[in-house]
Design a protein around this ligand. Structure first.
Ligand SMILES: *[C@@H]1O[C@H](CO)[C@@H](O)[C@H](O)[C@H]1NC(C)=O
Ligand SMILES: *[C@@H]1O[C@H](CO)[C@@H](O)[C@H](O)[C@H]1NC(C)=O
Ligand SMILES: *[C@@H]1O[C@H](CO)[C@@H](O)[C@H](O)[C@H]1NC(C)=O
Ligand SMILES: CC(=O)N[C@H]1CO[C@H](CO)[C@@H](O)[C@@H]1O
Length: 386
């Protein structure tokens, strides 16, 4: 008895210290979806229950936790809005499933929230995969105007479009995100970021039918580390040039592995008259296994037919590649296809070693209007003009 009570005192003390360290998050009040009349099994639409649970959790002042327990819950499109009265956690320990034939802009969207955490190890299963030539289809999960937040340990699959979209978010971390969709499902980007500042993606695995990570206009201070990508279209910046004065800057891609993707590290801009800038991009320690276009700048990016034919007005400046190794599925392992009117400059290649996938042929690099410097090992031989 004596020992037991001092042990429990000790446990209480430990909890107290943990609470102090985590600023009281361990005391958050639980709002269980099951208590709002949700029905498991994947047949009954639980959208209303989810919205009610969210509204109550969001109103709670001292930190709340909305819990989805194990089991499958069907939910339609839901917009989970703030601002909330305290930090809020959305803990999905089960499976949320979208109904077939879902339409609209998004399936699950979190909007105007400061201090959101989406977690739990559970799954978000979309209504995809889409068919080739489908009209505009809903994004699976979206954070918009979300700040000081995180998403951790969640699985996203079968989106009809982008899996995870961050729009106008600041200071948000994504960690241990798993995305899986078929390689042939069109426009199913893994993680897409736009108009956001201070986003950290780490330790995630992405397999889809489009870009694993797509960094779009208005994005700065974005880091992508420990991402395993493939199949998919690689880690991309752009496309840029869709509207005037688009900028992307301070992008860090480190310790990533691309496996059987169509592109590796890509910057794409359309050949429009819209000026723009991509600058301060750092790629470091990236490993490629049988990638079609391991390093590629495409300033004539044309996803559809009938693109404008001309020169891109988006400037690509100060982009550094360091320790990029692996194998290419095509000869051209390094391809800098830059604009004639706005050539790429201050490009740096340091220790590049990309072999052809079989040893039968050699890899080459192909530069158009690209200047910069190369240091250390250069396989293929650098084509940058100084
Ligand atoms: C994000 O930060 C920028 C300034 O860097 C600010 O203008 C914007 O309102 C912030 N977004 C949100 C959703 O708070
Ligand atoms: C972006 O990076 C710059 C330079 O490191 C830093 O000064 C700034 O505070 C960062 N902003 C955010 C929102 O992380
Ligand atoms: C190199 O790039 C130029 C211009 O984009 C293209 O015309 C040419 O075919 C490319 N060469 C190879 C070997 O791919
Ligand atoms: C301005 C400039 O240097 N333009 C060149 C861009 O690259 C193409 C292809 O190598 C050349 O034909 C242009 O002269």
């Amino acid at each position: 008895m004596q020992i037991k009570s001092s042990m429990s005192k000790c446990a209480v003390l430990v909890l107290l210290i943990l609470c102090l360290i985590t600023k009281g998050h361990c005391q958050s009040k639980v709002f269980d979806l099951d208590d709002y009349g949700a029905v498991k099994g994947g047949e009954v639409d639980n959208s209303k229950a989810l919205l009610k649970a969210w509204n109550d959790a969001c109103k709670w002042k001292d930190g709340s936790k909305l819990v989805v327990s194990s089991g499958t819950y069907l939910v339609g499109s839901v917009l989970l809005t703030g601002p909330c009265n305290g930090p809020i956690e959305f803990q999905n320990k089960g499976t949320l499933k979208a109904p077939l034939g879902l339409s609209g802009d998004y399936w699950i969207e979190f909007r105007y929230i400061d201090g959101l955490a989406v977690s739990g190890g559970g799954s978000f299963i979309g209504a995809g995969p889409p068919k080739q030539g489908s009209p505009y289809l809903p994004t699976l999960l979206r954070f918009s105007f979300v700040t000081n937040s995180k998403a951790q340990n969640i699985k996203l699959s079968n989106s009809q479009s982008t899996h995870f979209n961050l729009f106008a978010c600041n200071n948000t971390k994504l960690n241990q995100i798993t995305v899986s969709s078929p390689e042939d499902s069109p426009n199913t980007d893994g993680i897409k970021i736009g108009e956001s500042n201070g986003i950290k993606i780490s330790d995630s695995t992405i397999a889809s039918g489009d870009d694993c990570v797509a960094i779009l206009r208005g994005s700065k201070n974005i880091s992508v580390t420990g991402v395993k990508c493939g199949p998919g279209h690689g880690i991309s910046i752009g496309s840029m040039g869709g509207s005037s004065d688009e900028r992307v800057e301070r992008i860090f891609v480190k310790n990533c592995h691309l496996l059987g993707t169509t592109n590796g590290l890509r910057i794409k801009t359309k050949a429009t008259n819209n000026p723009g800038l991509v600058t301060k991009v750092r790629y470091e320690n990236v490993f490629m296994t049988n990638v079609d276009n391991p390093i590629i700048f495409d300033q004539n990016y044309c996803p559809w037919k009938d693109c404008e034919k001309g020169d891109s007005k988006v400037r690509i400046r100060d982009v550094k590649f360091k320790n990029i190794h692996g194998t290419s599925r095509t000869n051209v392992a390094v391809n800098f296809h830059c604009s004639g009117s706005n050539p790429c400059d201050k490009i740096e290649l340091r220790d590049i070693k990309i072999r052809f996938q079989s040893n039968a042929e050699k890899t080459i690099s192909n530069c158009s209007n690209a200047s910069g410097k190369a240091y250390g090992v250069q396989l293929p031989k650098s084509c940058l003009s100084s």
